[in-house]
Design a protein around this ligand. Structure first.
Ligand SMILES: Cc1cc2nc3c(=O)[nH]c(=O)nc-3n(C[C@H](O)[C@H](O)[C@H](O)COP(=O)(O)O)c2cc1C
Length: 192
């Protein structure tokens, strides 16, 4: 698919089949996350791809542990692909995706967060190209902020000066794939 058409086609998916994605496809998605524009060319982001469904679910639960719904004030995300904001009965912030990539970047670097989200964006686009559905998920820092979370980071040898910034959930869409989203008008200008 032509790139702009692919970008329009890509949607955040929050309902996943149990089918796992192929290891080779995951490798391409990770590669896409590694070859992104990045601040100062320092290539500081680190991706940890988790292909263990039970572990994804466990971490996904931690992703929501400190989610304060009382401050949402009527926010609404999607009817066809309800988010944790829309449906309080969802217990995992990863929506049952069979693979989840955690994106880490240095704690003390000015552009650590933009770097991580650029990485995530490339990953979701490559996933879309491969026919794999995805969703970028926030709350990276708080997700691992527990004894269990700290143990995982230790087991994965994540450097202590690195923090999780976001996640990319990956899998196959369960049910019908959502339509292209309408673009809100009035969001750009071109000055000649
Ligand atoms: C910075 C950022 C954080 C996001 N965090 C979450 C999240 O925590 N949970 C979630 O379900 N979706 C999350 N999303 C996905 C957005 O909700 C989604 O991109 C938006 O609703 C537009 O829908 P679309 O991706 O289908 O076009 C995030 C997206 C971005 C860019």
């Amino acid at each position: 698919m032509e790139l702009l058409a692919l970008m329009k086609h890509r949607r955040s998916i929050r309902r996943y089949q149990s089918q796992q994605i192929e290891r080779a496809a995951l490798q391409k998605i990770v590669d896409a996350g590694l070859c992104v524009p990045n601040a100062g060319g320092g290539q500081r982001t680190f991706i940890c791809a988790i292909r263990n469904r039970d572990l994804c679910e466990r971490i996904g639960t931690l992703n929501l542990a400190r989610f304060d719904r009382s401050r949402l004030m009527g926010s609404y995300v999607s009817r066809t692909q309800p988010s944790v904001i829309d449906d309080p009965s969802i217990k995992s912030g990863f929506y049952g995706a069979p693979t989840v990539c955690a994106v880490f970047s240095p704690r003390d670097f000015l552009y650590a967060i933009p770097d991580a989200f650029c990485c995530a964006e490339n990953m979701v686009l490559e996933a879309a190209e491969l026919g794999i559905s995805s969703c970028i998920i926030a709350r990276g820092e708080e997700t691992f902020d527990s004894e269990f979370g700290a143990k995982l980071l230790e087991d994965w040898h994540v450097p202590q000066n690195y923090a999780a910034r976001c996640f990319v959930a990956l899998g196959y869409c369960k049910g019908s794939y959502p339509q292209e989203k309408a673009i809100k008008p009035g969001r750009y200008m071109i000055i000649e």
